[in-house]
Design a protein around this ligand. Sequence first.
Ligand SMILES: Cc1ncc(COP(=O)(O)O)c(C=O)c1O
Length: 387
Amino acid sequence: MKLTKVEKIPLADIKLGEEEVAAVAAVLRSGWLSMGPKTGEFEQRFKEFLGIKHAFAVANGTAALHLACEAVGLKEGDEVLCPALTFVASANAILYTGARPVFIDINGPHDLNLSVADAAAKVTERTRAIMVVHYGGYPCNMDGVRALAAKYDLKIIEDCAHAPGAVYHSQDGPQMAGTIGDVGCFSFFANKNMTTGEGGMVVTKDDLLAERIRIMRSHGMTTLTWDRHKGHSFSYDVVARGYNYRLDEMRAALGIVQLNHLEEGNSRRRELTLKYWASLADLDQIQAPFHHGPEGSSYHIFPILLKDRELRAPFMAALAQRGIQTSIHYPPVHTFSYNQLFWPRGFDYQLPITEAVAHREVTLPLFPTMNLTQFQTVIAAIRDFCR
Ligand SMILES: Cc1ncc(COP(=O)(O)O)c(C=O)c1O
C-alpha cells in the first residue's frame, strides 16, 4: 500500500516572492549594505502608512521596546505597568533600563488584553509608564489607558509586535495602533504579519522622544556613517551611552515589499478568523476570545480557550498527530522562575484571570496563504477531538 504523506500545517507561514528576491538582490548589487537610503525609504513608507511624524527602523522588536523605554526616561526604581500575558521581551525591555514591570491582569476570557481597572489599582508613586500589548493584533482599550495615563502622568508605550495595520476605534475616531501612545514599537520577526527576518520599528509623534531614539539607536552618535559617506558631515560627537540597534539595507528592502502586501495579508487573516469563529461556534468545549469585540484587529494569531486546562496537552497532541502545529500565547511572564530576581522583596503576583485563562489557551494555525484544505483539516481535527 502506498502511504500518502501527511501534509504539515504550520502555525504561521510567510509569503516571499520574486519581488522580495529582486529587492534584496538590488541592495547587494548597490554595494551599500549598512543603514542608508533603503532604510530611510522604509522609514518614510512606514511613517506614511501610519500617518505619524517619526519612524526609526531597528534590529528587532525587543530593541524597539528598549529604545522606547530609554527614550521615555525609565530608570532604576521606576515601575511600569505591563500585562503578564505577553512575550517575555515586553518585560525584559523594561528591566534593561533598571525599572521593574508590575504585572497587570487581563479583562477576561472574551478579551485577553490588559485590564485598565487592574492597572489603575496597581499605580504607586513609582509608576512612570504603562506598556500596552495589543494581544493578537486586537487593540487594547486605549481610551481607558489614555485616561489613566493622563490622571497619573504616565508615558504610554505600545507594543505593536502583533499589530501592524491594526486600527483602534477611539472616542476621537479611528487611530492606527502605535500612534496612540507616546511611542509605538513593531517587530518584523519571521512569524509576524510583515517580516524582515529580524527587524523592528519605533514610531513617535514627539520630536524630543524622536531625537533620543535616533541618537540611542546608533551608539549615542550625532552623525551616521551614511551621512559621512555622503559628505554631509566629517566628524561626530557621542552624547549618550547608546546601542547598535540599526537595521541593514537588505532587510529594509525586504520590509518595503512586505509593507506593500501587509493590508492584503491582514484582510486574508481576517477572512480566516471569521471562518474559524463560524466553524467553531457550536462547540461548547471551545471559547473564542475577541469574537464579539470591535473591528480593527490585524488578526496576527488565532487564539482559542479550551473548557478545561487538562484538555490542552491531549488537544495539542491530537492536532500534532494530524500534522497540525499549534502553540501557546503565552506562558504568563510572572510565572517564570527568573521573575523572582527582579522582585526580591516579594510582590503580589496573583493575576487570577490571566492564570485561569492562560492554561486553557491554544493558538491555531493562521497565515494569509492558508488554503481551504488546510483550514478544513484543522476544523475536522478539532471536531473529532471534541466528539
Ligand atoms: C508581544 C511581543 N513583544 C515583543 C516581541 C519581540 O520582538 P522581536 O522578536 O522582534 O525582538 C514579540 C515577538 O517576538 C512579541 O510577540
